[in-house]
Ligand binder design. Sequence first.
Ligand SMILES: *[C@@H]1O[C@H](CO)[C@@H](O)[C@H](O)[C@H]1NC(C)=O
Ligand SMILES: *[C@@H]1O[C@H](CO)[C@@H](O)[C@H](O)[C@H]1NC(C)=O
Ligand SMILES: *[C@@H]1O[C@H](CO)[C@@H](O)[C@H](O)[C@H]1NC(C)=O
Ligand SMILES: *[C@@H]1O[C@H](CO)[C@@H](O)[C@H](O)[C@H]1NC(C)=O
Ligand SMILES: *[C@@H]1O[C@H](CO)[C@@H](O)[C@H](O)[C@H]1NC(C)=O
Ligand SMILES: *[C@@H]1O[C@H](CO)[C@@H](O)[C@H](O)[C@H]1NC(C)=O
Ligand SMILES: *[C@@H]1O[C@H](CO)[C@@H](O)[C@H](O)[C@H]1NC(C)=O
Ligand SMILES: *[C@@H]1O[C@H](CO)[C@@H](O)[C@H](O)[C@H]1NC(C)=O
Ligand SMILES: *[C@@H]1O[C@H](CO)[C@@H](O)[C@H](O)[C@H]1NC(C)=O
Ligand SMILES: *[C@@H]1O[C@H](CO)[C@@H](O)[C@H](O)[C@H]1NC(C)=O
Ligand SMILES: *[C@@H]1O[C@H](CO)[C@@H](O)[C@H](O)[C@H]1NC(C)=O
Ligand SMILES: *[C@@H]1O[C@H](CO)[C@@H](O)[C@H](O)[C@H]1NC(C)=O
Length: 693
Amino acid sequence: MNLRVAVLLFYIFQCIHGQPDNLGFISIDCGMAANFTYQDPVTNIQYVSDYGFIAPGENHNISSDYMKPSLAKGYFSLRFFPHGVRNCYTMRSLVMGNRYLVRASFYYGNYDGLNKPPVFDLYLGTNYWHEVNFGDSRSVNWMDIIVVSPADYLQVCLVNKGSGTPFISGLDLRPLETTLYPAVNASQSLALINSNRFHLGPTGNSIIRYPSDPHDRIWSTYDAIPNSTVISTTAVIQNNLSGIYDVPSSVMQNAATVINSSRIDFSWDPSDPSADVSSKYFFVFYFAELQNVPSNAVRQFDIIINNKTQNTELCRPMFLFVNYLSSIVHGMSNYNVSLVSAKSATLPPILNAMEIYLVKPITEVATDLGDAKAMMAIQETFGVIKNWMGDPCTPKAFIWRGLKCSYPAGDPSNITALNLSSFQLVGAISTNFGDLKALQYLDLSRNNLSGPIPDFLGQISSLILLDLSSNNLSGPIPDSLLQKSRNGSLSLRVGDNANICGNSTACISGQKKVNGTLLAEIIIPILATIALFIILFLLLRQVLKRKAKKRATHHEDESVLLENREFSYRELKHITDNFSQEIGKGGFGPVFLGYLENGNSVAVKVRSESSSQGGREFLAEAQHLTRIHHKNLVSLVGYCQDRNHLALVYEYMPEGDLQDKLRVDHSLGSNVFRLPLMLHKVLNICTSRVNQH
Ligand SMILES: *[C@@H]1O[C@H](CO)[C@@H](O)[C@H](O)[C@H]1NC(C)=O
Ligand SMILES: *[C@@H]1O[C@H](CO)[C@@H](O)[C@H](O)[C@H]1NC(C)=O
Ligand SMILES: *[C@@H]1O[C@H](CO)[C@@H](O)[C@H](O)[C@H]1NC(C)=O
Ligand SMILES: *[C@@H]1O[C@H](CO)[C@@H](O)[C@H](O)[C@H]1NC(C)=O
Ligand SMILES: *[C@@H]1O[C@H](CO)[C@@H](O)[C@H](O)[C@H]1NC(C)=O
Ligand SMILES: *[C@@H]1O[C@H](CO)[C@@H](O)[C@H](O)[C@H]1NC(C)=O
Ligand SMILES: *[C@@H]1O[C@H](CO)[C@@H](O)[C@H](O)[C@H]1NC(C)=O
Ligand SMILES: *[C@@H]1O[C@H](CO)[C@@H](O)[C@H](O)[C@H]1NC(C)=O
Ligand SMILES: *[C@@H]1O[C@H](CO)[C@@H](O)[C@H](O)[C@H]1NC(C)=O
Ligand SMILES: *[C@@H]1O[C@H](CO)[C@@H](O)[C@H](O)[C@H]1NC(C)=O
Ligand SMILES: *[C@@H]1O[C@H](CO)[C@@H](O)[C@H](O)[C@H]1NC(C)=O
Ligand SMILES: *[C@@H]1O[C@H](CO)[C@@H](O)[C@H](O)[C@H]1NC(C)=O
């Protein structure tokens, strides 16, 4: 695999998962064909299609007469959203609590032939970001917002407000070190509207961004300072290592100053229809001395915005070193900025760069993170589209279909009800349902869910209704759910499923559920289960017996006793016709005549109640007898050890001297303590089994 293929695959992987690249950047060229990537020739940033970041929407190219070679490739295509009020991109694999710069860019380019740019709203997660509104089909528009990410993902949503179809051309995310922009925190973000980030270099189309600025901030020239002149250097301008803005050297290498004047004056207008007197702006001014001025020369000045001096100390730029002054101002529709030389100054003021952000308080509290992530995972698992985008509960106007949420003041919302009835869900019940800790109602009825009913549903303590009816579920109902259902804390509906049975102890396969009450659904299977349980128990006992037999055989290979047939007492009764024909008496007790199923006659030697010999000796004798295998001796057919009943079953030879043989039995009986140790083990197994009965 060559490097290009590897790189391509890497980006394909990245775009599928909506994750940052190796710089931590996410760079999306919206509307590009799925899986397509390219490297921007100016910035060398690798752009990917929006496949994997958003599902809805349609791709389009701008009109061909708007495709100028000077236009960045990123603006050639766009994604528009003819359906749904809110459509959201999700950027994943971020670090919760870290700062990010997010940039959305727009170029209408009359893509729809209507020659009427739409007006719509932009949200970052649950919080209103800004209105997208440009009167001109040819204006390129981008907006930055610097935020602390409240989760390990960030969402950018476009909201249709009835003034045209929302669209987007590009979406970028850049990580910022946590020390940068300390004004940004969990309750406040900074939005850059109208490209208000400037360097004071020579006018023209001189944009500074990545890789000069490692954070890919876009710095454009400011040419609105009257009567100013530019001073420049090629020397590197240092940042304080613990600086909080990390301004690139190239941005600082030019400065505006004035000649034969002691002040720089300019006015700044937010040019923002949504701005009002309550809008707050965050100004940052950057200064660095670029001229190796004589030691007796002094450059010192104040910064005054609307007659208010912003600094407590005079600004005194340092040689080739970045200084800054930041301030939040508000209350005006127009801002007059003046840099005014101090009395002692011999040189005029200078200004190297500035940024002006709209301060955005974060007012909407998003859904509880655990709930939100569970819902996103559920959406991914089942491929639900509906209007499931952005935050599940907030803003309230955009709550996901099928959800109900709690909205505690100032606290995250929790999902309290989830009705996915007839949502065409296919597959197993996802574990993510169990992560909805405040869920009270869960209706999954009328889907095609299969597999077992998972136990974690019983662990949702707040759950008061669970409807799983009309699915394809099978197996037992977990005890946790049954218990809640019995004690009345949970209304449980499981009717019309493939194969559900009463409880975890047993499950009858193939039992078709009848529609009806919980009673019918639960009680019938339980009764059936009990019956099955008994059968299973008997089978199990038999299997255990056999296993133990096998185990014993394994212990004592020579033992043939246990290879002999084991008779039950009832069988003996049958064989001997209820012990009707006594043919003799041995040391243990009476001997009866009997007939096996094949007609062979047998002698059944039964241990009498009064016999002094215990089961141990009895079996030992049998064992020993079978080991002798003497031609002249009768051979053992089987034995019985049914509760207290012990018996040995021999081949019966009417013509032989039974009495002799029985005497042999008797004499051998006393030799029991000379039997090999191995045999004792076998007997222990046997007798312990006897004791169990
Ligand atoms: C994009 O790539 C994924 C994974 O390789 C693939 O499943 C999908 O079909 C591709 N999409 C297009 C439109 O080629
Ligand atoms: C946009 O133009 C490119 C070529 O520049 C083309 O490959 C692509 O299919 C076009 N997209 C649409 C949605 O027409
Ligand atoms: C965020 O910063 C603002 C202004 O500095 C401050 O008033 C607010 O308390 C801060 N919020 C948090 C959560 O730190
Ligand atoms: C610019 O300088 C000229 C003369 O040099 C002066 O007439 C004009 O008022 C100045 N403009 C401003 C805005 O200061
Ligand atoms: C660098 O920044 C730190 C903290 O903001 C400050 O204490 C220090 O004086 C600065 N150094 C210079 C040379 O400005
Ligand atoms: C500045 O003032 C000096 C004398 O005061 C004059 O010679 C020069 O032309 C002035 N420069 C400008 C740009 O006005
Ligand atoms: C800014 O200056 C202009 C004239 O230079 C003046 O008309 C306007 O009132 C000033 N605005 C404020 C807010 O001071
Ligand atoms: C600013 O000060 C100037 C003169 O000092 C005055 O004319 C102007 O009205 C003041 N502007 C405001 C907004 O106070
Ligand atoms: C919401 O859920 C969280 C845990 O996920 C919990 O701590 C919080 O108490 C819940 N809030 C409500 C109102 O139930
Ligand atoms: C869920 O929604 C369906 C209609 O889509 C409705 O019939 C059903 O009653 C709802 N379930 C609950 C628990 O409210
Ligand atoms: C339900 O899903 C199974 C696959 O899990 C599929 O074979 C079956 O056709 C589906 N039934 C319906 C009614 O969609
Ligand atoms: C499950 O059924 C068995 C009998 O089959 C019963 O002993 C047990 O109590 C049942 N468990 C529950 C939780 O109902």
